[in-house]
Design a protein around this ligand. Structure first.
Ligand SMILES: C[S@@+](CC[C@H](N)C(=O)[O-])C[C@H]1O[C@@H](n2cnc3c(N)ncnc32)[C@H](O)[C@@H]1O
Length: 247
């Protein structure tokens, strides 16, 4: 059974959420697929004038990749961890990259005006809210509250027509109920990428919700490969691929 491993992973996740140890050590760290794996999906959404917010940047290269793609409208990266933020600032300074603003901030209480950004992006950050969420079909109330808060904040800081991109292993049957909550005006679509294990690339566009998506709540078609995907999820160490000792 995978139980001991799961307990170990949960323990690791808790330590990780409590402390900043992970961020002190590596040059940069991608929690999963890096830019090259989803560039084909992200590049078509970019244009020079965009102002972009990355939520939960850790010490990832995504922000600077946006500059490299020609985004000049401003790239702001936030993380709750001051250690991660300092680490990323130092790394950017060392390599001489300017133009990425790295800020300590809580995605559950975003310190930005309404309608500030054309694009908000997160990679593996919403996933953190699902750690210890219990039954994925019926996540515990804390998870539901926090995910809702995160999405409300992102929806608010997006300009009309702005897009939220969520890059995650979270499958549509677990994410759509949050994305498609009645209070949001965005359309919801997604792509997958990666081989073997599927990652999801969701695109939500503010103000573009189609009328029928208001009515279809929860009658989702069965996903034939669900059990297999779930198995893979169990075997993928993923966020918790790290050793407890490393933390
Ligand atoms: C799984 S990591 C992903 C990091 C990065 N996006 C990447 O792909 O490598 C999740 C990140 O979210 C940050 N985080 C967790 N809760 C947060 C919150 N409430 N507000 C902002 N960042 C948060 C963590 O500090 C961590 O850096």
């Amino acid at each position: 059974s995978s139980k001991p491993r799961r307990e170990q992973r949960t323990h690791a996740a808790r330590s990780w959420l409590r402390r900043d140890g992970r961020f002190g050590k590596e040059e940069h760290y991608e929690w999963f697929k890096d830019f090259s794996h989803f560039r084909h999906l992200l590049a078509p959404l970019l244009s020079p004038s965009l102002s972009v917010l990355e939520v939960g940047c850790g010490n990832s290269r995504l922000g600077e990749e946006l500059l490299r793609e020609g985004v000049t409208g401003g790239v702001t990266c936030i993380d709750l961890s001051p250690v991660a933020v300092q680490r990323m600032r130092d790394r950017l300074a060392e390599q001489g990259t300017s133009g990425v603003d790295v800020v300590v901030a809580d995605m559950l209480d975003l310190p930005f005006e309404s309608e500030s950004f054309d694009l908000v992006i997160e990679k593996g950050t919403m996933d953190v809210l699902f750690v210890d969420s219990g039954d994925p079909w019926n996540p515990n109330p804390t998870t539901v509250d926090n995910v809702t808060k995160m999405l409300e904040g992102i929806h608010k800081v997006l300009k009309p027509g702005g897009k939220f991109v969520s890059i995650t292993f979270g499958q549509p049957h677990f994410r759509r109920r949050f994305f498609e909550a009645p209070e949001f005006t965005w359309s919801v679509e997604w792509n997958t990428f990666g081989d073997g294990f599927h990652y999801f690339f969701y695109i939500l566009q503010k103000g573009k919700r189609s009328p029928e998506s208001n009515s279809h709540q929860v009658t989702l078609p069965a996903v034939p490969s669900f059990n297999m995907l779930h198995e893979e999820l169990e075997s993928e160490d993923y966020i918790f691929r790290t050793n407890v000792d490393e933390l």
